[in-house]
Design a protein around this ligand. Structure first.
Ligand code: NOJ
Length: 510
């Protein structure tokens, strides 16, 4: 594991389109992020992940990169981004960019060249079959769009042709082996992109679709993992403090592939989804943090603990409040429920991620799709700063905004919640301050479960601290090995080793 700064890192994810607009064009920009660095620091976050901000036709919100080394003019210039790195570092904030190694936009120059009939440097940069009507052995493909006679493989949407990292077991003439010079050239090209941003001051990458570089027969991910281990060796030599987090959601694989961190993402009915988003479960919503939904923390722990035990010496599991692909947690939880959920997420081992706006409980909006967002669009609306026009996001005319702001009269804002010590924002700050105060609440301190019996408080240990959660609407008691209460949300009392937790309470004890 490389980056030592991760041991007390708390990330803030910024969807740049929607964070803060300083030039009045209705879309967020780098200068806006720079202006809000003190806010982010005041929140208790010391690291950023910025969604793709590169030149793009924006058919998938920037995950369709047209030029890996040039930022999209709507956010500013490369120099603005370099200045953002510099200003963030001055405040002790690290910055991760989003690396999209699996595909480019169909408008990327590499792809334009690759579509040509005559052989050139980029002919094998993407995966092409040999004939215009030839299917792609079960992989999604597009035909009829190029002068070249062949069909090309897609990685995600139609606008995102897959880059060619070779095949683990090639069985068609068009499938290159992973050690083919052209497959290696793709990997080297991505390393070159990484070097470019790292040498301009970026601190690492969140890696898009990290698990699927090698197509077909790579179920155990040995091919894709070998590529990432090779990338890690480059980083160890050239940028030893660079941090890498995978969009993989299988920490035993991702961390063995050389990643520092892997997200535990919301996938239907997985352990993470049972905490806050169990509404997709066929058995009904028993989200653990939903008051009296009859949740059971073991549905999370069963998956989490096996990953944690397996990987705790390799790297970190990252728990998230949400991300740009996920329905905001406030869709299903009220403010008190969110406070308890965040208390849990921010006191667990590993490196947590807070999605912009979740600190004030921004709401999921029902909106038509924007830039390939579909249902995800509703979690990407402008940040709600204050009571002024467009809730302080932009001075543009409201019809020119990237997305409309929350139109409700009681739309949560930073300025209102900052004044209220009982607000979600104040609680989030208090929780993150607590995490910074006690090393035992940070990434590396040991974690163990003391009690996870349904109907009883969930009690866990971090280092020398004991933590207890009662998400239900009724009081619970438990014997605990602790002498004092250090922090509470709700009402907790400790007397002669008996802990009484009022309804919806979280407590940290020593
Ligand atoms: C995952 C990203 O998080 C998502 O937003 C994007 O649409 C796909 N990968 C494709 O890049």
């Amino acid at each position: 594991m490389a980056a030592t700064w991760l041991s007390n890192a708390v990330f803030y994810e910024i969807y740049p389109q929607s964070f803060y607009d300083t030039n009045g064009d209705g879309i967020g920009d780098f200068n806006g992020i720079i202006e809000k660095l003190d806010y982010i620091k005041g929140l208790g976050c010391n690291a950023l992940w910025i969604n793709p901000c590169y030149d793009s036709p924006f058919k998938d919100a920037g995950y369709d990169v047209r030029d890996y080394k040039k930022v999209a003019p709507r956010y500013g210039t490369n120099e603005d981004l370099y200045r953002l790195f510099e200003k963030a570092h001055e405040k002790g904030i690290h910055v991760l960019l989003d690396l999209v190694p699996g595909h480019t936009s169909e408008e990327h120059e590499w792809f334009r060249q690759s579509q040509k009939d005559e052989q050139n440097e980029y002919s094998d940069r993407y995966i092409w079959t040999e004939f215009c009507f030839e299917g792609a052995a079960g992989l999604p493909y597009v035909g009829g769009e190029s002068e070249r006679s062949g069909t090309y493989i897609l990685n995600f949407f139609k606008c995102q042709p897959a880059l060619n990292y070779g095949f683990l077991h090639p069985d068609k003439p068009w499938q290159l082996p992973m050690n083919h010079p052209e497959a290696i050239a793709t990997r080297e090209a991505i390393k070159d992109v990484m070097r470019f941003w790292l040498s301009h001051g970026c601190d690492g990458f969140r890696v898009d679709m990290a698990s699927s570089l090698v197509k077909k027969d790579d179920e155990k991910k040995s091919g894709t993992s070998a590529i990432w281990r090779d990338v890690r060796r480059m980083l160890e030599c050239e940028f030893p403090e660079a941090a890498m987090i995978a969009e993989w959601s299988c920490p035993p694989q991702a961390l063995r592939a050389g990643y520092d961190m892997d997200f535990y993402l919301n996938n239907r009915n997985n352990g993470y989804s049972t905490l806050m988003r169990d509404y997709e479960s066929p058995a009904g919503d028993h989200s653990y943090f939903k008051k009296d939904a009859g949740g059971n923390i073991n549905r999370f722990l069963d998956e989490y603990m096996s990953w944690y035990e397996d990987t705790k010496d390799l790297g970190y599991i990252s728990l998230i409040t949400c991300n740009h692909d996920t329905i905001r947690p406030s869709y299903n939880l009220d403010v008190t429920e969110l406070k308890l959920a965040y208390a849990f997420l921010f006191t667990m081992p590993g490196v947590p991620f807070l999605y912009y706006g979740d600190e004030i409980g921004m709401r999921y909006q029902k909106l038509p799709t924007k830039e390939g967002g579909y249902y995800r669009t509703g979690s990407r609306t402008p940040m709600q700063w204050d009571e002024s026009a467009n809730l302080g996001f932009s001075t543009a005319d409201s019809c020119d905004l990237y997305l409309p702001v929350d139109p409700s009269d009681d739309a949560p804002t930073v300025s209102v919640q900052e004044k209220d010590p009982a607000s979600l924002l104040s609680t989030t700050k208090a929780l993150l301050a607590l995490r910074q105060q006690y090393e035992d609440l940070q990434a590396d301190a040991p974690f163990s479960v003391i009690c996870s019996e349904p109907g009883r408080p969930f009690i866990y240990r971090r280092g020398a601290l004991t933590l207890a959660i009662n998400p239900s609407g009724h009081e619970m008691t438990s014997r605990v090995d602790a002498k004092e209460v250090l922090f509470t949300i709700g009402d907790a009392a400790l007397k002669d080793g008996t802990l009484t937790l009022g309804a919806q309470t979280f407590a940290v004890l020593r």
